[in-house]
Ligand binder design. Structure first.
Ligand SMILES: NC(=O)c1ccc[n+]([C@@H]2O[C@H](COP(=O)([O-])OP(=O)(O)OC[C@H]3O[C@@H](n4cnc5c(N)ncnc54)[C@H](OP(=O)(O)O)[C@@H]3O)[C@@H](O)[C@H]2O)c1
Length: 332
């Protein structure tokens, strides 16, 4: 098998145009290092924005694509216990996961249950904690309360409705197209609606005029305003993405008459500020839920490293039915 990775030397508006799969040589392992065979790695919107240069944090060039993924330890360097060979591990954030292999320090690697589906494990670093933290860090929800979110057919949206259900909260899920409704219902969304000017009326009817105190927005533009109009006085909107490319619009009436608070969430900041104990608690819960099949995301397609351009083109397009993953070697 050839050792390859997806590398880019410049950023540009069409992500698949700037990246390509290239062979590379593996240097002998140094003390404390391990060689990890990549099993699966996700392509997220933040990866696309990193390639176009629009993300909030950009690696120096040249860079290897891919921020999250899962792999299996294949070789250990001097001073690393050989018993670790064969362990399934979470790839460290930002190590260039769109690769057949990565060399990383053994210390600090998170060991994962070997029997779990690597495709699901490959998506656990970014989107599940985002969903869990947005549900728990901004508003203290009581049992049975409603939460409303847009981009509900996204991976974050799917995790959010599954976690909400596990915790006893109900979700109103807003999508932008009819063709996404059935899949969101099947994933566990209590109410699923297509975004429109009258969303607030439909939400009032569907929830029995529930007092909704938390709105989760990944779209921006008019969609933020539609979502905000569904909220109760004093409620909080948490924005965590800008899929529309527009600034969040919220009418002055929502701020003035309803005292709405608009907040932002960025997982990268949480990683910098949360204590090791908090991080262990969040990831402990998520790994357990994914390993037991209680939390999962839909996968639209998997591609090898040589197909990185097709994979990125698909990941950057709309109306997908799930995540696009890089799977360097076909999984059994
Ligand atoms: N702040 C953070 O820490 C953080 C962490 C994780 C993710 N995120 C953000 O969360 C968002 C979702 O990420 P993901 O990985 O879950 O996404 P994903 O699975 O790739 O899904 C993308 C979603 O965006 C929707 N969408 C695309 N263009 C849109 C538009 N112009 N208007 C409305 N909806 C649009 C898609 O709807 P269709 O299916 O109809 O195309 C789909 O629901 C992204 O913005 C990502 O950057 C932020």
């Amino acid at each position: 098998m050839k050792i390859k990775r997806a590398q880019y030397h410049v950023r540009g508006p069409v992500p698949q145009d700037v990246i390509e799969a290239v062979e590379f040589d593996l240097a002998p392992l140094e003390s404390g290092q391990v060689l990890v065979e990549v099993l699966a790695a996700a392509i997220n919107p933040s990866d696309v924005l990193t390639l176009t240069g629009e993300y909030g944090m950009l690696p120096p060039l040249p860079a290897i694509g891919g921020n999250e993924g899962v792999g299996r330890i294949q070789q250990v360097g001097p001073d690393v216990d050989a018993a670790r060979i064969g362990q399934t591990v979470l790839l460290p954030v930002g190590c260039g996961t769109w690769s057949t292999h990565v060399v990383v320090p053994a210390k600090g690697l998170v060991v994962l249950p070997g029997q779990a589906d690597p495709r699901q494990l490959a998506m656990l670093t970014v989107n599940p904690p985002t969903a869990l933290l947005m549900l728990t860090e901004f508003v203290t929800l009581e049992p049975g309360e409603w939460v409303i979110q847009n981009a509900a057919n996204s991976a974050v949206g799917g995790y959010l409705m599954q976690i909400a259900r596990l915790r006893g909260w109900k979700t109103v899920n807003v999508v932008r197209r009819d063709s996404a409704v059935a899949a969101v219902r099947a994933e566990g969304g209590d109410v699923v609606l297509v975004d429109n000017e009258d969303l607030h009326k439909q939400v009032r009817e569907a929830t029995g005029d529930a007092r909704i105190r938390l709105g989760i927005d990944a779209v921006g533009g008019a969609a933020t305003d539609h979502l905000t109009r569904c909220l109760a006085n004093g409620a909080t909107v948490v924005n965590y993405g800008a899929m529309s490319g527009e600034p969040c619009h919220i009418s002055p009436g929502s701020f003035v008459f309803k005292d709405i608070t608009l907040r932002g969430f960025w997982l990268a900041k949480w990683f910098r500020t949360a204590s090791p104990e908090q991080q262990a608690s969040v990831f402990g819960e998520i790994v357990q839920l994914i390993a037991t099949g209680k939390l999962k995301a839909r996968v639209q397609a998997t591609f090898g490293i040589d197909e990185i351009k097709q994979a990125l083109a698909m990941a950057a397009s709309g109306a997908r039915a799930g995540k696009v993953l890089i799977v360097p070697t076909p999984l059994g």
